[in-house]
Ligand binder design. Sequence first.
Ligand SMILES: *[C@@H]1O[C@H](CO)[C@@H](O)[C@H](O)[C@H]1NC(C)=O
Ligand SMILES: *[C@@H]1O[C@H](CO)[C@@H](O)[C@H](O)[C@H]1NC(C)=O
Length: 342
Amino acid sequence: MSSAGCSPARRLRSWGGLAGGALLAVFWLLWLLGSGPRGAPAPQATITILVWHWPFTDRPPELPGDTCARYGMTHCRLSANRSLLASADAVVFHHRELQTRRCGLPLAQRPRGQPWVWASMESPSHTHGLGRLRGVFNWVLSYRRDSDIFVPYGRLEAHSGPSPPLPAKSGVAAWVISNFQERQQRARLYRQLAPHLRVDVFGRASGRPLCANCLLPTVARYRFYLSFENSLHRDYITEKFWRNALAAGAVPVVLGPPRATYEAFVPPDAFVHADDFGSARELAAFLAGMNESRYLRFFAWRHRLRVRLLADWRERFCAICARYPHLPRDQVYEDLEGWFQA
Ligand SMILES: *[C@@H]1O[C@H](CO)[C@@H](O)[C@H](O)[C@H]1NC(C)=O
Ligand SMILES: *[C@@H]1O[C@H](CO)[C@@H](O)[C@H](O)[C@H]1NC(C)=O
């Protein structure tokens, strides 16, 4: 006579109970691993970013699967294939192509809840048609520090080892200008400086254009480079500062946002700000009369920092993935124009 406890039915039930307990324990372990402070993170899903129109070209670059991994961003896929609209985790629209109407917004096909990103690296003075874009975008990618995805034109990063040698200097000040318009503030400041300071001017507007690879070696021979922005706007600091001056090894003389903005990016003694002087004449005298030891102080940062240019749109778009988990899903720019003009 078998005891009730050993009946096949009971055994089954008790096996079931055991299995259930084991399963619970496994779940509990997984939960601990997944959510505990020292647990391994849950496996990460790949984020797909659809680029609706590649900036400034009808031919997007090749975008192999490891594109973002090259910029240190894993689980992030960039694509320019519009048939991914229905499934992309976010879609990014570059403003220039919206402005020239070479590309429209696929509003009718937009999946519910899909985040749309407005992207532009141009200043408000060169950005038109924002009034048409009310209530469309959830996130902004731009050089503005308060952007959802903040992508400066460059930054300084730590580096060790010897700093690169300073280029030999044979001139005082250089300026490269392709679009000279008298009404622009940079043109006015140049006109005021020129009588008191020798400024060698290059670029299309001067009749001395420089080939793409000639710009840096040319301006590197000058002590100062006029990093005058084409328009003055909040946080608008471009490659004229990062590349043409700092990366080239010339000291930037800046006309742009206030000194405090530059100081958020680089040490205060790494540049000369036009606002620091009562007049263009004083600025000219400061630049022209500087001795060697004072001049070298502008390069103190090069012992521990180096310039990293962020000029590639692939890297800029991959940056969306890094911010993706932290961005508000329910945010909408009802007044994108008002935000950008502020
Ligand atoms: C775009 O994606 C679709 C759907 O995944 C695929 O069938 C198609 O081949 C892709 N086109 C290109 C040009 O990669
Ligand atoms: C160089 O210029 C600085 C600042 O104007 C001044 O303090 C310093 O005495 C000068 N050095 C020499 C060697 O003239």
